[in-house]
Design a protein around this ligand. Structure first.
Ligand SMILES: Cc1ncc(COP(=O)(O)O)c(C=O)c1O
Length: 393
């Protein structure tokens, strides 16, 4: 415990290691301007409502009694549906746990495999929550910046060199938040190989696996000789526009899944029963609404890439998946938190500062294209105005 501070309350010392994400700070700042016509390009969730057939299935199931605890691993129909959805063959009875969103599955993965002071390696840019998930277990989170000039491609040599017997896990996200990059399968296979040599795990965050455009997605677990060293994390949140339902999954070798289940039971008992019913319908029901959402994201991606190309001095790697673009704003010569604050306060656009995705990324901003084409057009007009006023080129 920490010694008491000024107000007489002591907290666990790990709370000292958790710092406020610049992303949350932006959200709070944007809230102060909520009465203005802000263009929200910071949001990390689909702007579509959950398709009707999914909501109807949940309502019907709830009226028919899906209001109780379920088995802590989740209802068997859902575990079977998840197993069918994954491209590596996990046993739905012993290797899949339904979780309260991917975020719970990621926390379970860290708690299950990392001891205090073990290393959890995070190649950056990366989703900021991984830092806190590592800290929850008192692990050392080691951020490994990937090369900007290489478009943040996985540098296997760099990452394998970083691994040691202290390494408990390495987090890989594909498609990536914030770049949208799909990881090269041969690179992920090499990383799993090295993880296996160190008796470590690859935690494969694949929440965006269905939001992919021109390329094929191949899961990390399906592309290695050591699938027992991979923990696959996914969810219904992004694919089915179901962020509020809180349904995700943790899929791993039986021994790992059994251990994770102990923690899961003491954190949430089980994922919400009505949401599990909704997820069965999402995974097994009509996929047409999902295709329509995907095609809307693809149109917006094309629009965003074109608008970024026209911004003087600004560039971004073309996203292969997800609904983000990570804009290199180094030509502006100011910190990402300043860019984000000025865009909000002076131009009414909300974006996320790059520094939230890694300390070395203070010249980037992340924009989300989970917004209508009309709003994106207005947002980009405003960003263009800002760049023209502040750019040196
Ligand atoms: C990379 C990544 N992983 C996990 C999550 C969490 O997803 P869920 O809503 O399923 O908890 C997010 C949400 O933004 C994300 O971007």
């Amino acid at each position: 415990m920490n010694p008491e501070d000024g107000n007489g309350l002591s907290l666990a010392s790990r709370t000292e290691r958790v710092s406020r994400s610049p992303i949350r700070e932006m959200f709070d700042l944007a809230h102060e301007y909520r009465d203005q016509d802000l263009v929200h390009m910071e949001i990390g969730e689909p702007d579509f409502d959950t398709p009707d057939h999914i909501i109807d299935a949940a309502v019907e199931a709830t009226q028919n009694g899906a209001t109780h605890y379920t088995s802590s691993t989740g209802i068997s129909e859902l575990r079977n549906a998840i197993a069918d959805d994954l491209d590596y063959e996990y046993d739905p009875d012993s290797e899949i746990i339904v979780t309260a969103g991917a975020v719970e599955a990621l926390a379970l993965a860290c708690i299950t495999v990392a001891d205090p002071s073990d290393e959890v390696i995070v190649p950056t840019p990366a989703w900021p929550n991984y830092q806190i998930q590592g800290i929850m277990t008192d692990a050392n989170v080691v951020n490994v910046p990937l090369c900007e000039e290489e478009g943040f491609a996985l540098d296997t040599e760099l990452l394998v060199d970083q691994m040691s017997d202290e390494t408990a896990a390495i987090l890989l996200t594909s498609p990536s938040n914030p770049t949208g990059q799909i990881l090269d399968p041969s690179a992920t296979a090499e990383i799993v190989e090295a993880a296996a040599e160190h008796d470590a795990y690859v935690i494969a965050d694949e929440v965006y696996k269905d939001i992919v455009y021109d390329q094929q997605f191949q899961s990390v677990a399906s592309n290695t000789a050591h699938p027992e060293h991979v923990i696959t994390v996914g969810s219904c949140s992004k694919t089915y526009s179901m962020t509020g339902w809180r349904v995700g999954w943790f899929a791993a070798n039986e021994r790992v899944a059994d251990a994770a289940l102990e923690f899961h039971e003491s954190i949430v008992t089980c994922a919400p029963a009505p949401s599990q019913q909704a997820a069965v319908e999402a995974l097994t029901g009509d996929q047409e609404p999902i295709q329509s959402m995907l095609s809307a994201f693809d149109d917006r991606r094309e629009y965003v890439v074109n608008r970024v190309e026209d911004l003087p001095g600004i560039s971004c790697p073309e996203p292969d998946g997800a609904f983000y673009a990570f804009l290199d704003c180094s030509e502006l010569g100011v910190e990402s938190t300043t860019i984000a604050r000025e865009l909000l306060e002076e131009h009414g656009v909300v974006v996320v500062p790059g520094v939230g995705f890694g300390d070395t990324l203070d010249e980037y901003i992340r924009i989300s294209f989970a917004n209508s084409l009309d709003r994106l057009e207005l947002g980009f007009d405003r960003i263009e105005e800002y760049v023209e006023l502040n750019g040196s080129v």
